[in-house]
Design a protein around this ligand. Sequence first.
Ligand code: SAM
Length: 231
Amino acid sequence: MEQYWSGSAINENKGMVDNLHRYGVITSRKVAEVMETIDRALFVPSGGGLQPYVDSPMPIGYNATISAPHMHATCLQLLEKNLQPGMRVLDVGSGTGYLTACFALMVGPQGRAIGVEHIPELVSFSIENIQKSAAAQPLKDGSLSVHAGDGRQGWPEFAPYDAIHVGAAAPEIPQPLIDQLKPGGRMVIPVGNIFQDLKVVDKNSDGSISIRTETSVRYVPLTSKEAQLRG
Ligand SMILES: C[S@@+](CC[C@H](N)C(=O)[O-])C[C@H]1O[C@@H](n2cnc3c(N)ncnc32)[C@H](O)[C@@H]1O
């Protein structure tokens, strides 16, 4: 849970990715390429004076945020081996659609990127954002889709998944998400209430689970729609 830079000196997407590289957050060429291709500014609400390339989460309405660029880069890298062309990925709490769009480019047209978000207005917002982005084609083809629903139940229709990303902090790891992970699959999920850890959950080939802590984080809760809107 840190911020690598603040201020508004960075005014283009490439500058943001260069900074993530400079600070040692991005080490993967593929992740750098994908983050350069998907312009973060298209996913940050305009008109509110928000600086899309600052390394900070930003409000997107409905008590939700778009995560900070360094968290997006970290999660893409943790999942990279499970985001190879042709693989299936589930993005729970897909919010603005930014990471779902990045995932779609990573897994390519033979793969499948699914976003699940429980605020219907954010589902529509994310689809509009993706349509303006370099992931418009996967959305059109159907290799990328965003659905309204409670992500704690996963999205069984396209399970099992090679990769699951959870963009909101769960009090504990939801069992349906573990069940929907393929053997060899990996999930990245923030777990905790006030103090949260980003957990990396690997499903081994015999179906057993290995869990490790990557870093401390601060995310909005993975909760019910009603609890989130109450704030
Ligand atoms: C940190 S925000 C957005 C993260 C997203 N990766 C982004 O950067 O745009 C987390 C999202 O999780 C959603 N969320 C929270 N609980 C949820 C649930 N039970 N099911 C689906 N979405 C949920 C919130 O509405 C919010 O959009």
